[in-house]
Design a protein around this ligand. Structure first.
Ligand code: PMP
Length: 434
């Protein structure tokens, strides 16, 4: 069969047997058969530079992570009701990366599940479900996670905000009402949280908490202005609420300067949720919190999680942390990310369509606009993504207008990869502008 026949066959089998709600990337989706480092390989062994997969954090199929998983799979996998060293070794290594007061962890299996558990912790601590959420945020696919995700409940097929959910504007220093990264801008956005809290208090309600991705992902790879979280956390705590940081997408050193993105805002949350990169593609996730909040969860009801914290997941998680450290991937994220942003800003001088370049480490957004009124260049962004695919570069779009190039490659991404990307991007931009 020819390549296009094979594509048609795979697509028709998917349509026949799988939920229609699954989507695929690209007009002509790729058949991907192998992964290696920062590359994905198709059925003809053609290597595509993966600039979007933040899950395979230390590189696709990293040998140390694969070996750790294989070895433990051949030895034992069971639940946490037997004593086994792996969960101890791993929890210690993971908690060592956190500020001291975040000293207890529960292991689960997905980012959605981690946020579900965070909601239960919040309720146990505060006896309240009243939650302040940031517009455009995504926290997962379960009932509760959708309930706290404006991206979903206010998006296609959504049913709007539940009564106990209070939306505040995205702290967007490019497109939002307050421009720039200054502390003044951060505090101005934080005021919207103070207002939301006052409003619910006037209705006689008690605040439960505030949840925020430490850097907005589906919101368009936004970097919050300085001082934002600090002012927000103060207001939330003053009202008796808990501060929850969703690090599912941006944690584990991706920001280059710190292990956790919340650290760039100089705050310490009460609850942190982790996922995606935590197992380099192996399905696992975690909730990290304080001793006090973990104690409030002891209500008499057992929390049992069949797979969470099993010896295989813990072996894999430990190998991921060890690899980040032994290969200095955080340092690489900082250096390579800074270099990439510098190159992107040079291109911005040549191409007006590049409205904004923002990022920390290897989490970068490039917002494409048509004009000075910031009209989103959505169709051109789409065309650019397709063209880059023809140059064997994988990227995707995000943001409320789908006009932001979302850059979050595996952390082994290097300067040669940057040079190739910038060269191709420049050609692509000339083409779509022509
Ligand atoms: N939170 C954030 C910030 C995410 O980006 C995602 C996944 N895109 C989730 C939660 C949900 O994670 P999962 O798909 O593992 O349930």
């Amino acid at each position: 069969t020819t390549s296009s026949e094979r594509h048609r066959d795979i697509l028709s089998q998917r349509a026949e047997r799988l939920f229609k709600t699954l989507s695929v990337s690209y007009e002509q989706p790729l058949i991907i058969e192998r992964g290696q480092g920062q590359f994905l390989l198709d059925e003809h062994n053609i290597a595509y530079l993966d600039m979007v997969n933040n899950v395979c954090h230390v590189g696709h199929c990293h040998p140390a992570v694969v070996a750790a998983g294989q070895e433990q799979m051949a030895k034992l996998n069971t639940n946490t009701r037997y004593l086994n060293d792996n969960i101890l070794d791993y929890s210690q290594a993971l908690l060592d990366t956190f500020p001291e007061r975040l000293s207890v962890v529960m292991f689960v299996n997905s980012g959605s599940e981690a946020n579900e558990l965070a909601m239960r912790l919040m309720r146990c601590k505060t006896q309240s479900d009243e939650l302040v959420v940031v517009d455009g945020a995504y926290h997962g696919n379960t009932n509760k996670a959708i309930e706290i995700s404006p991206y979903k409940f206010n998006g296609p097929g959504g049913e709007g905000a539940a009564e106990h959910i209070h939306i505040v504007p995205m702290p967007d220093p490019y497109r939002g009402p307050f421009k720039g990264m200054s502390v003044e801008s951060g505090q101005a956005y934080a005021q919207s949280v103070e207002q939301a809290i006052s409003a619910l208090q006037q209705d006689g309600k008690q605040l439960g908490g505030y949840i925020c991705e430490s850097l907005q992902g589906v919101g368009g790879n936004l970097i919050m202005p300085n001082g934002y979280l600090k002012a927000v956390y103060q207001a939330v705590r003053h009202a008796g609420g808990v501060c929850i940081a969703d690090e599912v997408q941006v944690g584990f050193g991706r920001v280059g300067s710190h292990w956790w993105a919340f650290e760039t805002q100089d705050v310490v949350p009460d609850i942190v949720t982790l996922g995606k990169p935590i197992g380099n593609g192996h399905p696992m996730a975690a909730v990290v919190t304080t001793k006090e909040i973990a104690a409030a969860f002891v209500t008499g009801m057992e929390y049992f999680n069949t797979f969470g914290g099993n010896p295989v997941s813990c072996a894999i998680g430990k190998a991921v942390i060890d690899t980040i450290e032994s290969e200095n991937l955080m340092g690489n994220a900082r250096d390579t990310g800074d270099y990439l942003q510098t190159c992107l800003r040079k291109l911005q001088k040549q191409f007006d369509i590049i409205g904004d370049v923002r990022g920390l480490g290897l989490f970068i957004g490039v917002e494409l606009v048509e004009d000075e009124k910031l009209t989103p260049a959505t169709a051109k962004a789409q065309a650019l993504i397709e063209w880059l695919k023809s140059r064997h570069i994988l990227l995707s779009l995000d943001g409320p207008f789908n006009n932001v190039l979302k850059i979050k490659p595996p952390m082994v991404f290097n300067k040669d990869n940057v040079d190739y990307f910038i060269e191709q991007l420049a050609q692509g931009l000339s083409r779509i502008n022509a």
